[in-house]
Structures are given as structure tokens and as C-alpha cells.
Write a protein that binds this ligand. Structure first.
Ligand code: PLP
Length: 387
């Protein structure tokens, strides 16, 4: 098993996280803790499966053999206790393609769609770009601990045709509890709201938490988006699926997926997907131990270095959500200090919604030595006064 401690040079591989630094931050001598992919090599099983496929020199259209769905079905049952044997799935080049096609096929122009902000920016973009109306149920932030504003959730859900759930939640790191999910599902059922549940981070869960697929509580109204992009570090492989028990819902989405010719996928993504869910559980377990130790390091060190920063509890994902508001800086000043003084590229909180202003998202899916260097660099932040 290769060590997650190994630092792999990614610059020059046409990777967004490193090779687009200059474009986005104006300089490229930064520690890249922004874009949500990890700096780790994928599992040896995935590497081997891809190498085997590469050996065969014909790369034509592919067919998703039963092994593809079987690998995922076995995984979901084993890891999350979710029996999907009566479900069907359809594949997409990315989870955000699945979301866009679901919005287009299941809702009408001007329909209202609910999200819980701050949240992964393409949710709002996808709603607005397709001329639907966005309703935001702002999460309640109590000293870094996020919860749901239930009266607001129900009042807004009652007006909506779709709710886009992010569980585990990017960026606030929540793994929603069974009680919360049941309540969201019950409200959506009552008001006939379709749930699009983005569960891309569902295998990145830390001790004490349990991922509950919301579809296991409300299978008739849920489409669940799943992809190995985050947990198995395969974002560049372009293979995601929607899984759903309600054939009417899935058929509607599938029809547009076929009409747009976005269902085929690529041969390597298919192989990587199958080797991830079918063969890489031991690798994931090791990864989770490593990421959890990184999260602990952040929780222990940042309060010592920047006592006015509040860190939200990291229940899942490899993303830390840091509240810098006590420093009283504008986002531009905050970004500039982190960039020019601390040599760090983090994600600006406002990109996740207005609730994120004054926050930063830090991706700790990197080797310990890089994280330690980033924490050392935070010592140069100073008191934030001389921006
Ligand atoms: C919640 C969430 N959904 C989807 C994505 C992107 O998935 P894809 O690249 O498959 O569209 C991300 C990436 O960070 C994410 O955090």
C-alpha cells in the first residue's frame, strides 16, 4: 500500500488545482488547498485496472456490463446498509451533468428549487442558468455548528418542485443525522418535492458519524447522485451515476440523458469506477484514517495559530470550513493576506453563498507535510490589521 505521505508533483499534468493557480490567484507559488480533489495517488487496484485496460489498444464505445452496477450495489449495501437491488441507474460524465439534466427534465422554467446555503456553488448556478428560481434555506450557524432552520425549510419547500440536498455537506462538513434526513424527507413528501441528493462525499465519513442515504427513507421521491470522484480521487475520470427506485422519475431523466448523448461515458472512467467500488475498500479505510489525522491536526493547531478563527466540526469530507469574520477583514483583504503573506490558495467563502462571506474553505486532502507547511504559513497571517 503506497503511503499517503508521499508528495506527488502534479504541476504540468494539466490539472486544475495546480496548473490554473496563476489564472485564479495571480501567482503559482502557493500551497494549493482549494479545488476539491486530493493530491494522493489512486488505489493500486484502480491503477492496475486502468493499466490492464490501456494494454488493450482499442478504445471504442463502451457498454456498462453488470459488473459496473454490481460493484456499486454491493458497496452501497455493505458500507451504508442500503439495498438498491430494485433500483435502476443511469450514468453521466459528472454529477453536475446529472444535476443539470435532472433540473431540465423534471422541472419547468420559473419553477422554484431549494438549496441549503452556504453550499457547493454549481447548485445555485445550475438552477439559475436553466432559468429556474432559486430559494435558499440558510443553514443556522451556531458558533461553527450548523443546523437546519426548519420553519424556513418547510415554508420554502412548500413552494418548490425540487430540493437539492448535499449530504455530507460541502462546505460546512455536516453529515446529516437520520432524524434530520427523515424530517427533510417527510416535508418534501408532504409538499410533493423531488429530492436530488448529491452524495458524492458519502464515503468520507469520520468516526462517530453514519451516512444515511436519504433515498432509503423516501425512495419514491429521491434521485441519488453517486460518484467515486471524491472518495477515490477520480474527478478527472468523468463517471457518475444517478440511482433511483422510482422508474418514472429516472426514465424522465434518462430520456434527456439519451437525447443529449451524455450517457455513454468513457472507457477508463468505467474501469476506474468498477475497481474503486469493487476492489478498493482497504485503500479507502487507510485514506479515512489519514484524513482524520489531518482533520485533527487542523483542529489542534489552528486555534493556537489563529485564535479568532472558528472551525466547524469536520464530520465528513476533506474540507475544513474556517470562519475568519472575527478579524473584521473584507474578503479581498483576507484572500490577499492568505495568498501573499501565507502563500496559501484557499476557496473564498462567498462563492458558496452570501452566508459564506468572511469564511475560507481549506482542502486537507494532501500529505501531512504539506498540511504542516500550510499551518506554519498561517503564522504569517499576523493579527490581520496590516492587510
Ligand atoms: C457536493 C459536490 N457535488 C459535486 C461535485 C462535482 O462533481 P462532478 O465533478 O462529478 O460534477 C463536487 C466537487 O467538489 C462536490 O463537492
Amino acid at each position: 500500500m503506497p503511503s499517503f505521505d508521499q508528495v506527488i508533483e502534479r504541476r504540468g499534468t494539466a490539472c486544475f488545482k495546480y496548473d490554473a493557480l496563476k489564472l485564479f490567484y495571480g501567482r503559482d507559488d502557493l500551497l494549493a488547498l482549494w479545488v476539491a480533489d486530493m493530491d494522493f495517488a489512486v488505489s493500486p487496484q484502480i491503477q492496475q485496472a486502468l493499466a490492464n485496460r490501456m494494454q488493450h489498444p482499442v478504445y471504442g464505445y463502451n457498454f456498462k456490463a453488470p459488473a459496473f452496477q454490481e460493484a456499486l450495489g454491493n458497496w452501497l449495501f455493505k458500507r451504508h446498509g442500503w439495498d438498491t437491488s430494485a433500483h435502476a441507474l443511469t450514468a453521466f460524465p459528472s454529477l453536475m451533468t446529472a444535476l443539470a439534466i435532472s433540473i431540465l427534465s423534471l422541472t419547468q422554467k420559473k419553477d422554484k428549487i431549494l438549496i441549503q446555503t452556504p453550499v457547493y456553488p454549481p447548485f445555485s448556478m445550475s438552477v439559475l442558468e436553466h432559468q429556474r428560481e432559486l430559494l435558499c434555506n440558510s443553514l443556522i450557524n451556531d458558533n461553527g455548528v450548523y443546523s437546519i432552520d426548519w420553519p424556513d425549510f418547510e415554508a420554502k419547500a412548500a413552494q418548490c418542485t425540487m430540493f437539492i440536498l448535499c449530504n455530507p455537506h460541502n462546505p460546512v462538513g455536516r453529515v446529516f443525522t437520520r432524524e434530520e434526513l427523515q424530517r427533510m424527507a417527510d416535508i418534501c413528501k408532504k409538499h410533493k418535492v423531488i429530492i436530488f441528493s448529491d452524495e458524492i462525499h458519502s464515503d468520507l465519513i469520520y468516526p462517530g458519524q453514519k451516512h444515511i442515504p436519504i433515498a432509503s427513507l423516501a425512495e419514491d421521491i429521491c434521485l441519488t447522485g453517486i460518484s467515486p470522484a471524491k472518495s477515490f480521487n477520480l474527478a478527472g475520470m468523468g463517471t457518475a451515476v444517478l440511482i433511483c427506485k422510482n422508474r418514472d422519475l429516472l426514465d424522465t431523466v434518462q430520456k434527456l440523458n439519451q437525447a443529449l448523448h451524455t450517457y455513454m461515458g468513457n472507457s477508463f472512467g468505467l474501469v476506474a469506477f468498477t475497481a474503486a467500488y469493487g476492489e478498493s475498500e482497504a485503500w479507502l479505510e487507510e485514506l479515512l484514517g489519514y484524513l482524520h489525522a489531518n482533520a485533527q491536526l487542523i483542529k489542534n493547531e489552528i486555534p493556537r495559530i489563529l485564535p479568532r478563527v472558528t472551525i466547524s466540526p469536520i464530520e465528513g469530507t476533506y474540507l475544513a470550513w474556517l470562519d475568519f469574520r472575527a478579524y473584521g477583514l473584507s474578503e479581498l483583504d483576507l484572500m490577499n493576506i492568505l495568498k501573499d503573506r501565507c502563500h496559501l490558495a484557499l476557496n473564498a467563502g462567498s462563492s458558496f453563498g452570501k452566508e459564506g462571506e468572511g469564511f475560507m474553505r481549506l482542502n486537507f486532502g494532501c500529505s501531512r507535510v504539506i498540511l504542516e507547511e500550510a499551518l506554519q504559513n498561517l503564522k504569517l497571517f499576523g493579527d490581520g490589521n496590516n492587510a
